[in-house]
Design a protein around this ligand. Sequence first.
Ligand code: VGL
Ligand code: ZN
Length: 204
Amino acid sequence: MRALLLIDLQIDFCPGGALEVAEGDLVLPLANQLMPKFELVVATQDWHPANHGSFAANHPWRKPYQQIQLNGLDQTLWPIHCVQNSFGARFAPSLEVENIHKIVQKGTDPSIDSYSGFFDNGKLKSTELHAYLQSKGVTELYILGLATDYCVKFTVLDALDLGYQTYVVADACRGVNLQEGDVDRAIETMQTAGAHVIQTTAIQ
Ligand code: VGL
Ligand code: ZN
């Protein structure tokens, strides 16, 4: 059984959003095109409380994109984004959300970030994603979304660790590229770890 996994297709990651990803909106028609081809569609949602430790604004003197230690883990500081129930945390308006069967929220613990849809960044706690996919008999995951170099990458690496046959739909991902080349390196890292990097048109 295969499933489509949409990563963080939220307003704040699209152009004009609080943590905008260049061309992030271009993946939305591809997500819409793919959903009807899958019996099961799951979407993650970055879903932070306002006091989240990944927000630069919650650390005196800190600015977005600086690095800190947050409870012993390296943490990039971000602009305030995807605050629970805020406008920016909603799915992008053009996303055909009626085709999504399950939504998994992550990043809800203020003390730790969660790039992966499966675990927080310290692998201290899991979300409900793996148990849900197992309950549906999913063995193959097709993953797309935002951002290639953060949440897509860490979700893909965890999916591989958990034993899923994992496909990254590369043309339906866009990244932050804080450093030039981050997206290319992320794709390479996922491929080296065992992910199949494919294009939307390869999916029947
Ligand atoms: C993400 C940075 C902070 C992502 C989420 O969805 O890739 N990136 N929070
Ligand atoms: Zn976040």
